[in-house]
Design a protein around this ligand. Structure first.
Ligand SMILES: *Cc1c(COP(=O)(O)O)cnc(C)c1O
Length: 422
């Protein structure tokens, strides 16, 4: 089936007389007829639900659907995107290990790796995504366990050079983890481009309605853990907490995602609520339509801004003038998603005036949902920084992050036009 059909019907196919719509299974626990059977579930000898911290039927369907959309072998939903990135890394890295991450990454990822996981003994080198491969190779250490990047980075809108980052990872016997939040599987399929693990903040386009926080880790089943067995003992040597099972031996291609679920989810409990999984599923049913319209509208908005003399600069990778346009043609041929950033003439004060004058576009911290929204980092998320510090971290004082929704593009542009007029 094609991705449009999978978005609408993937994973859930009711049998005779069952609910047409995937139900919300609002139950923490599941009943069994014998304690012997229950024991087999705990030993991972039988497949089945026993406690919603680990698995829940509603959550399970959505995991299967998103795994199908991405073309992976299995997936694990989490309570937020942050939890997904955390689990993706901690599943293969521990104290004394090292991670390489593109410096063009989400602020939450930067803090998770650079601040919090650092305290638990996992260190990270942030690399310039535009550096040539031989330069990037210098960041690799004997204890490096993964390379991370974002398909389209939030908020800097850098497009990942998949060939280069996959080569960096695979030539060193380690997996490439890609955050595909901004592109979604509708616009980009990282597993076809060399990624081994994909993560999402489902709070963004996958939900698409800004109503349920969530995240997901998807396993491509592509990485040969046994070929790098010395680097990944957690997957290739016995897990004493499950009577000595070896994940690669018992679960084959699904070793990574099975370990994430039965070990990390069991012990850390960043579980999504069944209600949120249900809402996420509703979002995915229209994902293919929304991503098409987000991309179309964003391109129109970016072209309008680029031609407007009141605007100093525009950053949208789908514009032919953009530095990453060749990578968009190569990896995102169906659209460059919905987020545009731009700077107005007149600096910080003018940016605030434009933002406050917008009527359709709401001022919110969120990005990537059906409604157009905007944010001025210099007066919100980055307000403690001086203009000089802002420029140093790549956020110009006049920068407006504009998340183009699926309303009528002419209305969005008219709103921007009147706000720029103020
Ligand atoms: C929002 C976001 C996250 C974090 O997700 P939450 O659901 O907010 O925890 C991670 N990566 C990217 C690219 C994001 O945009």
């Amino acid at each position: 089936m094609n991705i449009e059909t999978l978005c609408v019907q993937g994973a859930y196919s009711p049998k005779n007389g069952e609910p047409r719509v995937m139900p919300i299974v609002q139950s923490t626990t599941y009943k069994y007829e014998s304690s012997d059977y229950m024991g087999k579930l705990f030993d991972l000898e039988e497949d089945g639900f026993f406690y919603t911290r680990l698995e829940n039927p509603t959550t399970n369907y959505v995991e299967k659907k998103i795994a199908m959309l991405e073309g992976g072998v299995g997936a694990m939903l989490t309570s937020s995107g942050q939890a997904a990135t955390m689990a993706a890394v901690m599943n293969i890295a521990g104290a004394g290990d090292h991670i390489i991450c593109s410096a063009a990454c989400y602020g939450g990822t930067f803090n998770l790796l650079g601040v919090t996981l650092e305290k638990y003994g996992i260190s990270t080198t942030f690399v310039d995504p535009d550096a040539p491969l031989d330069e990037l190779q210098k960041a690799v250490q004997p204890n490096t366990k993964a390379v991370l990047g974002e398909t389209i980075s939030n908020p800097s809108l850098v497009v990942l050079d998949f060939d280069k980052f996959a080569e960096l990872a695979h030539s060193n016997g380690i997996p490439l983890i890609v955050d595909n939040t901004f592109a979604t599987p509708v616009l980009c399929k990282p597993f076809e481009l060399g990624a081994d693990i994909v993560v999402h903040s489902t709070s963004k386009y996958l939900d698409g309605h800004a109503c349920a926080l969530g995240g997901i880790v998807i396993d491509g089943g592509t990485f040969d853990w046994e070929a790098s067995a010395d680097k990944f003992p957690g997957l290739t040597t016995p897990d004493e907490s499950y009577h000595g099972i070896i994940y690669t031996k018992k679960f084959g291609k699904a070793a990574y995602i099975t370990k994430a679920l039965v070990q990390l989810m069991r012990d850390m409990g960043m579980t999504p609520a069944p209600m949120n999984s249900f809402l996420l599923n509703l979002g995915t049913e229209t994902l293919h339509l929304r991503m098409e319209r987000h991309s179309e509208n964003a391109l129109k908005v970016a072209k309008f801004l680029e031609a407007d003399p009141r605007v100093e600069w525009v950053n949208y990778p789908g514009l032919e003038s953009n530095k990453y346009y060749p990578l968009v043609q190569k990896y995102l041929p169906n659209g460059a998603s919905g987020v545009v950033s731009f700077g107005v003439k007149g600096g910080r004060a003018a940016a605030v005036k434009v933002l406050d004058s917008l009527k359709i576009a709401a001022i919110v911290t969120h990005v990537a949902d059906a409604r157009t929204c905007a944010l001025h980092p210099a007066s919100s998320t980055h307000r403690q920084l001086t203009d000089e510090q802002l420029i140093e971290c790549g956020v110009k004082p006049e920068l407006i992050r504009f998340s183009v929704g699926i309303e009528n593009a002419d209305d969005i542009i008219a709103d921007l036009d009147q706000a720029l007029g103020k």
